[in-house]
Design a binder for this molecule. Structure first.
Ligand code: B4P
Length: 190
């Protein structure tokens, strides 16, 4: 059986990960795993996990590694026959990246590449406040929460560029321009 296509779609909050995932899953027949979406589903269902995550997310901080790694493990196990995965918003810490390698590598289908959307901070704030005006997402409405999310990204998540560069899997992608232009850049990189 041919190698699976396992992509980490990376970038700060508002970089366009969720937006671009929608196009890539259709084009390549991949399963979309967004830890943000999985956490919001738990909150909406008022599960115990959702109640624990809700306050953390509303402050713009990262949810604990244990919670998100457990969620991802369940989803990988439930989709064994897929052509591959797009990991959107995961991993966000070195512990999460190491856990993901430990889950995938024994199957012989490791992460293929990390595609990192690069967007300046003021554009991120503008996009997220724009979404907050219409989406009802509490963490998109308040500029100080948005800036906390960007700081969390810089401190805990951005160092993962080095983790994937060391494995020769990192590719930076210009995330400025129309949604279609950015999709074209991602497809060219894949
Ligand atoms: P996420 O749900 O992952 O959300 P995000 O990073 O804010 O958004 P994303 O990057 O997908 O949005 P997009 O740019 O597509 O995380 C939310 C929270 O969940 C985190 O703060 C954290 O608390 C928690 N969490 C999630 N995963 C975790 C993990 N692994 N570990 C710990 N905690 C975790 O879209 C943004 C906006 O930009 C949209 O309005 C879109 O329309 C617009 N846009 C997209 N592309 C554009 C373009 N080219 N031009 C103009 N606008 C564009």
């Amino acid at each position: 059986m041919s190698q699976k296509l396992n992509i980490v779609l990376f970038g700060p909050p508002g970089a366009g990960k969720g937006t671009q995932s929608t196009f890539l899953i259709g084009r390549y027949g991949l399963v979309h795993l967004s830890t943000g979406d999985l956490l919001r589903a738990e909150i909406n269902a008022e599960t115990e996990l959702g109640l624990r995550a809700q306050g953390i997310m509303s402050r713009g901080e990262l949810v604990s590694d244990d919670i998100v790694i457990g969620m991802i493990r369940n989803k990988i196990d439930a989709n064994g026959d897929t052509k591959g995965f797009i990991f959107d918003g995961f991993p966000r810490t070195k512990a999460q990246a190491e856990a993901l390698d430990a889950l995938l590598n024994p199957s012989g289908n490791p992460i293929t590449m990390m595609l990192a959307l690069e967007v300046p901070e003021e554009e991120l704030v503008k996009r997220l406040l724009g979404r907050g005006a219409t989406s009802g997402r509490a963490d998109d409405k308040d500029e100080s929460v948005i800036r906390t999310r960007i700081r969390e990204y810089e401190q805990k998540t951005a160092p993962l560029k080095d983790y994937y560069s060391a494995q020769k899997k990192f590719k930076g992608i210009d995330g400025m321009g129309s949604v279609e232009e950015i999709t074209d850049r991602l497809v060219a990189a894949i």
